[in-house]
Design a protein around this ligand. Structure first.
Ligand SMILES: Cc1cc2nc3c(=O)[nH]c(=O)nc-3n(C[C@H](O)[C@H](O)[C@H](O)COP(=O)(O)OP(=O)(O)OC[C@H]3O[C@@H](n4cnc5c(N)ncnc54)[C@H](O)[C@@H]3O)c2cc1C
Ligand code: SF4
Ligand code: SF4
Length: 1018
């Protein structure tokens, strides 16, 4: 039998590291993120589960690794808990006996597509929505799909069991799967198919690690949708039964009760950078709403027959608008949780024949609102997912939770059962598994002698199981209490522990569904839950509850978000995730005085001194401008070209190309030249909002002096700033802002009639396009750049797999600054997509994306030419535009070295190098005291804890004296261009002044032993 394993020995850690390399994590803090699933347990019941922290997390990269893990676990009798999308709520991913979390999600490839037999063999960790999108491109489709498709995996659905869209036609999840490869608990690998699959279905990772699944497919077809409303559950039931009786070939039948429809209408509107999005959201009638989906080719057979049964059952058709909208929202069922913040869930399977009785009994026995969603499964079973809105912050939440048991009881009274037994309802396993229970138990005895595979998940946890059984026995009593335990004003939150009220609220609203995880580049660049939006919301709740700290490590986690807004796009609750992290950046850096990423301090110093972030002289800013164009620049004009720092100083091809295109298209413009300052987005994302505001004021005022009405940008970040951020800040600060912003592609796409005939030099290349996050998801500008590309002669244009609003981030700037190796991982994802479509050139228009992609291509050795769109168009217009790939690599190499130097380890090394100067600069009495280390035994031991406290007091005193030596040392470590070197004496003291208060506590423990050693030797 396995023990409860919360820590591994050093030897065990080494063994796991030997297998998984960097794909294993032992950090205590990270492990805490893997202690829960989507369910929110009542605080009184939670302690009954005991300590649920794993001892390690591993990311399974292959079947062979899964085998090695199992061998390791058997050797040491350590539990293994498979975890995939983590979208389930039955406790299957909760490590109640500690052990190792085996993250299956790296097994995410399509292994074989057999179009003749209409099957796909896939890695068990592939996410449903991503698989379906890939299949659709091949004209294929899965047969059924869970409504958690953006987060859940194929293996997870087989292991958890269930039904989803398509189950009306194709049955339960496992009925749409042909076979599965499994690493058994004894390390053997076995292929299961047919009746043998019974050993795997819904066993929640207790019978092995599923590594591959073969799915049955269907031809892909657009679905047609019909929605109907019914006055009561009986008429809805009658209609659904009539569909079956009349063999109307429907693919999926799902429904909502009136309470759910009402909540859906009231859910808050989506916002974009704080402004309500003008979404089209039809109002649902507050009644029973049933949605029927079927392949469009069946329209003739289905449409009139279905309409007939709906009408004869007393229902009426809803508008096509509603039907289409409900279909669009098919994976967004939990949107209503925005009105929560918490839900008490109950999920049951009942016979269709008793649907109305169950609704009626719930209505009479439970006085709190019960939001209910239903999915009909082939063979007349119905899955009811019930949510009682509540607040986990109220004590009454504990009491109201009992109502979930009442719903289970009502289902049982009507021939139904709980949906899944899992950790919490282990006593009901016989009802869920029926005859299969004995088979599974025998299988476990035979193959899992050490009980390593997800122990307690099927058998339950002692005290918790007893508590549920007791509560079940006293259900009528618990119901009375539960019915009295409603709460009002659930969504009112206050600022807490420096976290603004709206963010506190969102942390509790977050459903932990995981839609935002897999495509968050901060997450997939690193691979650990703490880095995902879901993890960050979890952190905030833990921090508010006093179980975690908002220390520098966590500050860095928030700062490392690249602001790509993929999470905002993905979140089914429309939570303003990225804007929340943006707000927190400032709270942490300016209000709490925590440290931003050190390179931002260098940028800030450079910006304040020379108006740019590259530590170049301000006088250099307009040197990119060709003389013939300089002569044409207006002093004042309606349009101004705002080039930004990187295009002006590093990738000058962007600025030159843009100016050439505008000029050739007949756009007259002015330009701020040496007066131009950085748009200041680096200051916004670094939390240094005071510098942002100062710079913004300068830029706005300079534009006004030139009577500018429209700012044209080439950089998407500059566009976002001028278009969205400056106006909001101007409004907040009472600044008159009458400026509109356009990207050059918007202006030029409208002038292609003038520009295209001038594009004469062919490119003769296969070209693909990178949609930058700030112009794409943040700005919605997708087509104008494509129009420009397609106008270039000799272009064969191919879209990337993830394009437009699905485009993946390049990884700049924050990954590049926080963690350059991670930036390369993220960049390689994008570059490999370009290689996969056979592109020779990856065009982009963002200077930062281009720096990042060029570096990633170099570091990952990916052979693709990254070029600027504007420069490419200008070349086709006949201009000789320089290729700046090398300039970007050279400029970044300096920053790269500076980043390494400015990390705590780098700064500690630098300080150690400066020990002679530091000692020399010490006041005499202190020097004397230090020397005692050399002569008085035991003094060194005493000094060790004292130094970290002394250093912050000493440093301001020492720094001015040590500065000349420090500047020399920095130059030794970072070979800088002259202009940068010359400015260091001005910039460095300011940078150090800002960094040291937070940096010293981090580096003092690293310096102290070396300092003591130094004193002893001198
Ligand atoms: C918004 C939302 C909608 C949902 N809709 C549906 C729905 O329509 N139908 C439905 O059935 N469920 C639904 N669910 C529940 C959940 O999404 C499903 O149970 C899903 O199949 C779980 O997959 P996962 O990849 O997230 O697995 P996880 O939650 O990670 O794991 C689930 C269980 O399977 C085990 N497991 C996972 N992968 C493996 C593997 N490779 N080998 C062995 N064991 C493994 C785990 O140990 C765990 O016990 C929904 C959940 C949410 C949040
Ligand atoms: S904005 Fe992008 S990087 Fe940041 S949390 Fe969202 S998805 Fe992740
Ligand atoms: S942030 Fe949104 S998508 Fe992410 S887990 Fe929470 S509710 Fe789900």
């Amino acid at each position: 039998m396995t023990n409860h394993v919360t820590e591994l020995t050093t030897q065990q850690q080494q063994e796991l590291s030997d297998i998984f390399g960097t794909r294993v994590n032992f950090k205590k803090r990270e492990r805490h993120y893997y202690t829960h699933d989507v369910g929110t347990l009542p605080p009184l019941a939670k302690p009954l589960l005991g300590k649920t922290e794993p001892a390690a997390i591993v990311k399974i990269g292959s079947e062979a690794e899964a085998v090695k893990l199992i061998e390791f676990a058997n050797k040491h009798k350590i539990p293994v808990v498979p975890r995939a999308g983590a979208s389930s709520g039955y406790g299957g991913i909760i490590p109640t006996k500690g052990g190792i979390i085996a993250d299956i999600t790296p097994l995410n490839k399509i292994i074989e597509l057999d179009k003749d037999n209409m099957t796909a063999t896939v890695g068990a960790g592939i996410i449903w929505e991503q698989l379906e999108n890939k299949l659709n491109r091949q004209g294929l489709s899965v047969r059924a799909i869970p409504s958690s498709a953006p987060a859940s995996t194929v293996g997870g659905w087989l292991a958890q069991g269930g039904a989803g869209y398509g189950s009306y036609e194709y049955g339960w999840a496992h009925e749409t799967m042909g076979s599965a490869r499994v690493v058994l608990p004894n390390g053997e690998v076995k292929e299961f198919s047919g009746a043998d699959l019974d050993n795997i279905i819904a066993t929640m990772g207790t019978t092995g690690i599923i590594t591959q699944v073969t799915l049955k497919l269907r031809q892909h077809e657009e679905m047609a949708a019909i929605s109907a409303q019914f006055p009561d559950a009986t008429s809805m039931k009658n209609a659904i039964q009539a569909v079956g009786k009349n063999n109307i070939p429907i693919w999926s039948v799902s429904f909502l009760n009136p309470a759910w429809a009402d909540m859906k209408n009231r859910a808050p509107a989506k916002t974009h950078h704080g402004h309500p999005v003008d979404e089209h959201r039809p109002i649902l009638p507050v009644s029973y709403i049933c949605n029927f989906l079927y392949p469009g080719s069946r329209n003739e057979t289905v449409s009139s027959a279905l309409t007939g049964v709906i009408k004869s059952a007393g229902g009426s058709l809803l508008s096509q608008d509603i039907a289409d909208h409900e279909t669009d929202e098919w994976f967004r069922s939990m949107k209503v949780k925005r009105l929560g913040p918490s839900f008490i869930p109950a999920e049951v399977v009942i016979p269709l024949a008793n649907l109305d009785k169950v609704f009626s009994e719930i209505g009479t026995k439970i006085s709190l609102p019960v939001l209910t969603e239903g999915m009909v499964v082939k063979g007349d079973s119905v899955i009811l997912l019930c949510f009682i809105p509540h607040s986990e912050l109220s004590f009454k939440f504990n009491l109201a939770f009992g109502l979930a048991l009442s719903i289970v009881k009502i289902a049982e009274n009507n021939g139904g059962r709980i949906y899944s037994s899992g950790l919490y309802f282990a006593k009901k396993a016989d009802k869920v598994f029926g005859d299969r229970l004995g088979l599974i138990q025998d299988f476990k005895k035979k193959y899992d002698k050490n009980d390593i595979m997800n122990p307690e998940t099927l058998t339950g946890k002692g005290t918790f199981k007893t508590a549920i059984s007791l509560a079940m026995a006293f259900e009528p009593l618990a119901r009375i209490v539960g019915n009295l335990s409603g709460v009002q004003k659930m969504s009112v939150f206050k600022d807490k522990k420096d976290i603004p009220a709206d963010i506190v609220g969102h942390a509790y609203e977050c459903a932990q569904c995981g839609y935002c995880v897999s495509e968050c580049d901060q997450y997939y660049g690193r691979g650990w839950e703490s880095q995902s939006p879901r993890g960050k919301w979890f952190f905030i709740k833990e921090y508010l509850a006093g179980r975690d700290k908002l220390d520098q490590k966590q500050v860095n986690t928030f700062l490392a978000c690249t602001t790509c807004e993929m999470c905002v796009q993905k979140c089914q609750l429309d939570l303003p995730i990225e804007p929340a992290w943006m707000k927190l950046r400032n709270v942490m850096v300016e209000e709490r005085k925590q440290m931003t990423f050190p390179p931002f301090e260098m940028m800030a110093a450079s910006l304040l001194k020379e108006r740019n972030i590259w530590a170049t002289y301000r006088t250099e800013r307009d040197m990119w401008l060709p003389d013939d164009l300089r002569a044409k620049i207006k002093d004042k004009a309606d349009y101004a070209y705002f080039a930004g720092c990187t295009a002006s100083l590093v990738e000058k091809d962007i600025a030159i190309g843009t100016a050439r295109m505008l000029d050739d298209a007949g756009v007259e413009f002015t330009y701020l030249g040496k007066d131009e300052a950085c748009c200041a987005i680096p200051m916004l994302v670094s939390g240094k909002w005071d510098v942002f505001e100062k710079t913004m004021r300068m830029n706005i005022s300079n534009m006004k002096k030139r009577d500018v009405k429209t700012v044209i940008t080439s950089c998407p970040a500059c566009w976002l700033i001028w278009h969205t951020i400056y106006p909001d800040w101007a409004k907040k600060l009472g600044i008159d802002y009458n400026i509109e912003a356009k990207h050059y592609s918007e202006i030029l796409a409208e002038r292609l009639d003038v520009l295209k005939p001038k594009m004469k030099v062919p490119l003769n290349a296969v070209v693909t396009w990178h949609d930058s996050c700030h112009m794409g998801r943040a700005g919605g500008i997708y087509e104008p750049p494509r129009d420009l590309i397609k106008a270039i002669p000799g272009v064969e244009f191919r879209e990337l797999e993830h394009n437009r609003e699905h485009s993946h981030c390049c990884g700049s700037v924050l990954s590049l600054i926080a963690d350059p190796p991670v930036a390369n991982v993220i960049g390689a994802v994008k570059l490999n997509e370009a290689v996969d479509v056979g592109a020779q050139k990856l065009l982009a228009l963002c200077p930062c994306c281009q720096v990042q992609l060029r570096i990633s291509a170099q570091k990952s050795n990916i052979n693709i030419d990254v070029q600027d769109l504007g420069a490419t168009v200008a070349r086709s217009l006949g201009y000789d535009i320089p290729d700046t790939t090398n300039d970007a690599l050279v400029a970044w190499a300096v920053f790269d070295k500076m980043i390494v130097l400015m990390q705590p380890e780098g700064m500690a090394d630098l300080m150690v190098e400066l020990l002679p100067e530091m000692m020399a600069a010490m006041p005499a009495p202190l020097k004397l005291m230090m020397k005692t280390v050399k002569y008085v035994p035991g003094m060194d031991i005493l000094m060790k804890p004292v130094m970290p406290h002394m250093m912050p007091l000493l440093m301001p005193l020492l720094m001015p004296k040590v500065m000349p030596a420090m500047l020399e040392a920095v130059t030794r470590h970072v070979p800088m261009p002259d202009y940068m070197n010359e400015q260091m004496p001005d910039m460095m003291p300011k940078v150090m002044e800002n960094l040291m208060p937070n940096m010293l506590p981090l580096i003092a423990p690293m310096i102290t032993p070396k300092m003591i050693e130094y004193i002893k030797m001198h």
